[in-house]
Design a protein. Structure first.
Length: 317
């Protein structure tokens, strides 16, 4: 049997503008993860079990654009070796793939990319076909396109490398170091919001008035750059919080916040957060608040009272 696991992620700064070439910052969240187990099975075929999404199917029954099917086929490659070659690994004619995840879906925590990365790693190691980080990342990016249409690639990158990432679409991977650990409280609105829709709506705004939105994206890009510097220096958390608030105001302008997100963001600030913003595609999903470690439980409680369905306290290191 082979196993692999991949973390969730949050975007700290720069979502949406990153689709238009501006930098964004994302970090892994290890409190939630996707897990994949691959075993040799007596029955013929490649069987996929993903109870969280109620899927129990043989690979051949999944359409070409099904993300799980596409990820599995991408590991087998264009010239699959016969499964019988792996018989000695368990005496079976087939393979069972078990997928589970504690990452809430469609909520900005990267559940799709984490499942893909764990699946690519578990299956490739079962097939004795080792994949480099870069190979996993580029295969996962192809699968992200099936989920999102025109993804920037930030999710698959931060999840593959499991390190803080300074991401610019189409440029070589840049990880960065955190000067002094800091604490983030994540609050889930419980509302599932497909990233594809908010990305599509921002595109419509941009198409209608490119000059205006390019300026807004520039501002977001400057915020992300300056946030990276502050995080690397590990000083002036208040200033990092102010940058979060400024980034959120620009996301509101892009129409990707929502009443529920704004309610949680205000509640976090009132409860003592240094700054707060939505994280990911928006319209629902998660918000994040930068807090002093000691005030994390109080901020998490305030978020629950303001309607959050769950909270996660995570240390960015
Ligand atoms: O909703 P998430 O966490 O998958 O984040 C999407 C981030 C966007 O910038 C909105 C889209 C993208 O592809 O980068």
């Amino acid at each position: 049997m082979t196993r692999a696991s991949a973390p969730g992620k949050i975007i700290l700064f720069g979502e949406h503008a990153v689709v238009y070439g501006r930098p964004a910052l994302a970090v892994p969240v290890t409190q939630v993860h996707a897990d994949v187990e691959v075993t040799a099975a007596p029955r013929r075929g490649i069987w996929i079990h993903a109870p969280d999404v109620n899927l129990h199917a043989e690979l051949a029954s999944l359409s070409a654009d099904h993300p799980l099917g596409a990820a599995i086929r991408s590991v087998f490659g264009p010239h699959p070796r016969p499964l019988s070659r792996f018989r000695e690994r368990g005496g079976g004619e087939g393979i069972e793939i078990n997928i589970s995840s504690t990452i809430p879906v469609a909520s900005g925590l990267g559940s799709g990319a984490a499942v893909t990365v764990a699946l690519l790693r578990a299956l490739s190691s079962f097939l004795l076909r080792s994949l480099s980080f870069d190979e996993v990342n580029s295969l996962a990016y192809e699968i992200e396109k099936l989920h999102h249409g025109t993804p920037s690639g930030i999710d698959n990158t931060v999840i593959t490398y499991a390190r803080p990432v300074y991401f610019i679409k189409g440029q070589p991977i840049e990880t960065f170091t955190v000067g002094a650990p800091f604490t983030i409280v994540i609050g889930d609105t419980g509302i599932r919001a497909p990233t594809k829709e908010s990305v599509g709506d921002v595109r419509k705004l941009w198409e209608a008035d490119q000059a205006r939105w390019e300026k807004v994206f520039d501002e977001v890009g400057e915020i992300a750059k300056s946030a990276r510097e502050k995080i690397e220096r590990g000083k002036k958390k208040e200033e990092l919080g102010a940058l979060m608030n400024a980034n959120h105001a620009l996301l509101q302008e892009m129409t990707v916040s929502s009443l529920e997100l704004d309610r949680l963001i205000v509640a976090a600030r009132v409860a003592g957060a240094l700054g707060a913003k939505l994280s990911g595609g928006g319209r629902g999903g998660n918000m994040i608040a930068l807090v002093e470690k000691e005030s994390a439980p109080a901020v998490a409680e305030a978020l629950m009272s303001a309607g959050a369905k769950r909270t996660i306290i995570t240390e960015v290191i």
